[in-house]
Design a protein around this ligand. Sequence first.
Ligand SMILES: Nc1ncnc2c1ncn2[C@@H]1O[C@H](COP(=O)(O)OP(=O)(O)OP(=O)(O)O)[C@@H](O)[C@H]1O
Ligand SMILES: [Mg+2]
Length: 144
Amino acid sequence: MKNSFITRGFNRTQKLGEDFAQQVKSGVIALYGDLGNGKTTFVQGLAKGLGIKSRIISPTFIIIRSYAINRKSVNAKHFYHIDLYRIQSEKDVVGMELLEIIDNPENIVAIEWPEKIEKILPKEVSRIYFKYIDENRREIIIKD
Ligand SMILES: Nc1ncnc2c1ncn2[C@@H]1O[C@H](COP(=O)(O)OP(=O)(O)OP(=O)(O)O)[C@@H](O)[C@H]1O
Ligand SMILES: [Mg+2]
């Protein structure tokens, strides 16, 4: 998969997420980028590509949302969507189930604002960067 994209419109970002799902087996996907740059939009497509039917809403207040994966081609059984916008640092997640979730190789975990827990991310992380170009366009860089 090519690793730098410019998407025009949110549906293209969703499609990119859907395509990206085809190469995801398990592990953490860290989504970097400022407010409104398209991280959640990408996750909506990713979830669709994993065969998840429920509507993906931004987990801004409940920072962790989990979804079941029922797809033979995907090893993982659970998809987690985590938004860390409201936390400050690693200290704030001590004792939370978050640590077990990201360490469990049987999960697929998409994390928005991952820089807040950079120090405790596992070694193997797919990193995706979202940049704002203009109202309708985003640059998305995938580093696997
Ligand atoms: N090419 C594009 N890709 C993604 N989103 C786009 C694009 N063009 C416009 N948008 C709009 O930008 C917004 C992106 O919002 P989204 O919730 O995905 O951002 P986010 O990165 O998750 O922000 P936050 O950090 O607040 O959670 C949506 O309103 C979407 O319609
Ligand atoms: Mg978001």
